[in-house]
Design a protein around this ligand. Structure first.
Ligand code: PLP
Length: 388
């Protein structure tokens, strides 16, 4: 059976080149990067090479890159590591739970947290950030690109506000990395998160770029790894994979591959909208990363559509989360003003570097027909169709 994967915002396949770069570090090139003998020197050199590649992708210096276990850890390190009880933190309602739940924990230990709303396109208004500032504000954490809608946030404007107010700024760039160019200096952030498995490196590795001079408390206590910012023996194969994927990402952005990705995404989006009534794009009107489109199919249960498409070989996702047996609508889509039923009727299509024209043809042949079949089965939709 043909299988097409359009859920790259959930995770991406490790590229063959990345896998090959990692392979020796599981075998002959083993060694603890902290050891001073031959084996340790080899892995240390590989880790430092990877650090250079990640730094080149983000526009920072290598010494500012801290390797972690992934996006969740990097977000937690930035948030818990930069504030203390009594501090005020500003974030947004559409952040990933790695940020929102970290901020919730801060509130429990005596920080004050302001969660800013977004507009109907899913955008944070920098004027809201400005208005939320208090004398005690220590940190602003607003993501660069949203994982569900792909909407790019005005991080440079927020960075300016932070700089003028002398406040720290963290941005979660997990879904921006490899899709758009990132330059930490232009953004003006003090900390920036990326995750390996969203950029065709393996799961379980990531990085936090921490601006020189920014004091950050570690989450983990142990050895002096990563210049005392992240204790624990480095995951050498993972870090090598992240470095290779970062290098390939930079080359691919320099070649303009993002425009090809956007063209594929646009063909998918337009093809679906041309064939399906009562459908719309969530986040329409805002700048988005080139690989993502989130489409609302009114009168559909998103979960049923995901399952029906999966049975035919197409992998996509809803932003819904299953909690205590009930399907909770996505907090991102409800934050942009969708009713719970509209949020549950929304599907995210996210392309990757491996996505081909043929994959888009496959999706275009499948999605409209499957939506029509599910709507035919829905008594609610039939009633509506008769009454209108
Ligand atoms: N931040 C964003 C925006 C994400 O999309 C994700 C993963 O979906 C994360 C953070 C967490 O990253 P990881 O899976 O590497 O912990």
């Amino acid at each position: 059976m043909q299988r097409v994967y359009l859920d790259n915002n959930a995770t991406t396949p490790v590229l063959p080149e990345v896998f090959e770069a990692m392979r020796p570090y599981f075998g002959e090139n083993f060694g603890n990067a902290s050891s001073i003998h031959h084996h340790g020197q080899g892995t240390r050199a590989a880790v430092e090479d990877a650090r250079e590649s990640v730094a080149a992708l983000l526009g920072c210096s290598a010494s500012e890159v801290v390797f972690t276990s992934g996006g969740t850890e990097s977000d937690n390190l930035a948030i818990a590591g930069l504030v203390k009880p009594g501090d005020h933190v500003i974030t947004s309602s559409i952040e990933h739970h790695a940020v929102l739940h970290a901020c919730k924990h801060l509130a429990e230990i005596g920080c004050e947290v302001t969660v800013l709303p977004v507009d109907g396109r899913g955008l944070v208004d920098p004027a809201d950030v400005q208005r939320a500032l208090r004398p005690t504000t220590k940190l602003i954490s607003v993501m660069m690109a949203n994982n569900e809608t792909g909407v790019l946030q005005p991080v440079e404007a927020i960075g300016k506000i932070a700089a003028e107010a002398g406040i720290l700024f963290h941005t979660d760039a997990v879904q921006a990395a490899t899709k758009v160019a990132i330059d930490v200096k232009r953004i003006g952030c003090h900390a920036l998160t990326i995750s390996g498995h969203k950029i065709h490196a393996p799961q379980g590795v990531g990085a936090l770029c921490v601006k020189k001079g920014t004091e950050i408390r570690p989450l983990l206590y142990g050895g002096r790894h990563e210049r005392s910012r992240r204790a624990g023996t480095e995951n050498v194969p993972g870090i090598v994979g992240l470095g290779c994927a970062a290098k390939m990402s930079k080359e691919s952005l320099d070649r303009g591959d993002d425009r090809k990705l956007a063209a594929l995404r646009d063909r998918l989006q337009q093809g679906i909208l041309a064939q399906v009534d009562d459908a719309g794009v969530n986040g329409e009107g805002a700048a988005r990363v080139p690989n993502t489109t989130n489409i609302r199919f009114d009168h559909i249960e998103g979960e049923s559509l995901v399952i029906a498409l999966d049975l035919k070989g197409l992998a996509v996702s809803t932003g819904a989360a299953c909690s205590s047996g009930a399907i909770e609508p996505s907090h991102v889509l409800t934050a942009i003003g969708l009713r719970p039923d509209q949020a549950r009727a929304s599907i995210r299509f996210s392309l990757g570097k491996q996505t081909t024209d043929a994959d888009i043809d496959f999706a275009l042949a499948l999605v409209p027909e499957t939506v029509a079949r599910l709507r035919d089965l829905s008594p609610k939709y039939k009633k509506q169709a008769v009454s209108t």
